[in-house]
Ligand binder design. Structure first.
Ligand code: ADP
Ligand code: MG
Length: 315
C-alpha cells in the first residue's frame, strides 16, 4: 500500500502493521484486540492500550471525571476479555487541563479504582502531564491467558461456525458507553467450557467488528439472522429520535463492549444452554461479506458503517 492510498484508520493500521517488526517473543503483534507475548511455557502475556480524548470519546463537563476514568479502564479490560484473558495490571497516562488538573486527576482515579479492584487489576504506574489543551487519558492493561487455553484471536473463524453475541446492541451513546461492564468473566467461563474459535469486543459496531473477524480469518463471510440480533432498548429509543431503523443502530452503533464469539457448530447448543446471556445470531458461510437474512430467507448485504477516526467527523 503506498502512503497516499491510506485514507481510513484501518488502512493506516495496516500500513504500520506491514512495516512493524515482530520480535522473538511476539506471538501476536498489531491487528488483534491485544498483543500476545511469550513469557513462558504455559501462559502468555496480553497487552492492550486505548486513548480517550475529551470531545471525542467523552465530554468532561457533561460526563464528569469519574465516569471518564471508569470508561478508560473499562475499554481496555474489554480488549483483554476479547482474548478470553485475565487482566492483571494497568498503567494510566494523562494530559490534564491545567486549570483544574488535580481535581480532574483525582476524579479519574475515583472512577478507575473500584473497577480495578473489581477485576483484581493492580494500578502499577502511569504518567501525569498538564497542558492548555483538553483532557486526554491513555490506559494500558496487561493480562494473561488462562493456563490451559491459548488466547482467542480474531483469525480463527471457520466455515459453518456459529456466531454469538453476549448482550443486546445499539444506542450506547445515550449513556451506556460510559459504564460498560467488561465481559471478562463471561469470556473466561465460555472459553473454559468450549474452545472459542474467534472473539472480538464490539467497539465500532458489530458490522465492523465482525468484519474484522472475517478479514483476519480469510475467505469467509457471515450471515446474520435479522430477527435474532438482540436489539437494546436504547437502540429503539434512538430510532424514535432519528428515524433510522433500530436494527441499523444495533448493527452499526459503536461502544457496546459486548463480545462477538464464533464457535464450532457442535458446541453451539451447549453454549446456548450454559450461558443464557449468549444470543445465537448467525453463521459463518463461504460467501464473502456480511449478510442479513430476513425471516423469509432473503439475503441482503450489510454495509458496515462503524466509526472511523480518520474519516468520521464529531459525533
Ligand atoms: P481496538 O478497537 O480493539 O482497541 P484498534 O482498532 O484500536 O483495536 O487497533 C487495532 C490494532 O492496531 C491493535 O492491534 C492495535 O494495537 C494496533 N494499533 C492501533 N494503532 C496503532 C499504532 N499507531 N501503531 C501501532 N499499532 C497500532
Ligand atoms: Mg478490541
Amino acid at each position: 500500500m503506498s502512503e497516499d492510498a491510506v485514507r481510513t484508520e484501518f488502512e493506516l493500521i495496516q500500513w504500520i502493521r506491514a512495516r512493524a517488526s515482530a520480535q522473538g517473543r511476539t506471538v501476536v503483534g498489531i491487528g488483534d484486540d491485544c498483543a500476545v507475548l511469550d513469557t513462558g511455557p504455559d501462559r502468555k502475556l496480553l497487552v492492550t492500550t486505548d486513548m480517550l480524548m475529551d470531545g471525542r470519546h467523552f465530554h468532561l463537563d457533561r460526563d464528569g471525571a469519574e465516569a471518564v476514568g471508569y470508561k478508560a479502564l473499562a475499554v481496555n479490560l474489554s480488549d483483554i476479555a476479547a482474548m478470553a484473558g485475565n487482566p492483571t495490571a494497568a498503567v494510566v497516562s494523562v494530559a490534564l487541563p491545567r486549570a483544574r488538573a488535580v481535581e480532574v486527576a483525582q476524579g479519574l482515579h475515583e472512577g478507575i479504582r473500584p473497577l480495578a479492584n473489581r477485576f483484581n487489576v493492580a494500578l502499577v504506574g502511569g504518567d501525569t502531564n498538564a497542558w492548555d489543551g483538553p483532557l486526554v487519558i491513555s490506559v494500558t492493561v496487561l493480562g494473561e491467558t488462562m493456563s490451559a487455553r491459548p488466547p482467542v484471536l480474531r483469525s480463527g473463524a471457520r466455515l459453518g461456525d456459529v456466531i454469538f453475541v453476549t448482550g443486546p446492541l445499539g444506542g450506547s451513546l445515550l449513556g451506556r458507553h460510559l459504564h460498560p461492564v467488561p465481559r471478562i468473566a463471561e469470556a473466561i467461563a465460555m472459553h473454559s467450557e468450549v474452545e472459542i474459535h474467534a472473539l472480538i469486543d464490539i467497539s465500532d459496531g458489530i458490522a465492523s467488528d465482525l468484519g474484522h473477524i472475517l478479514e483476519e480469518s480469510g475467505r469467509i463471510g457471515a450471515v446474520l439472522d435479522a430477527d435474532a440480533l438482540p436489539i437494546h432498548p436504547d437502540a429503539r429509543t434512538m430510532s424514535a429520535y432519528d428515524g433510522r431503523p433500530a436494527l441499523e443502530h444495533a448493527l452499526n452503533d459503536g461502544e457496546d463492549f459486548e463480545l462477538c464469539a464464533v464457535i464450532d457448530p457442535t458446541d453451539a447448543d451447549r453454549v446456548s444452554r450454559l450461558f443464557p446471556f449468549c444470543h445465537r445470531i448467525g453463521t459463518i458461510t463461504d460467501a464473502p461479506g456480511l449478510w442479513s437474512r430476513a425471516s423469509d430467507g432473503a439475503l441482503s448485504p450489510i454495509r458496515a458503517e462503524g466509526f472511523d477516526h480518520l474519516c468520521s467527523g464529531e459525533r
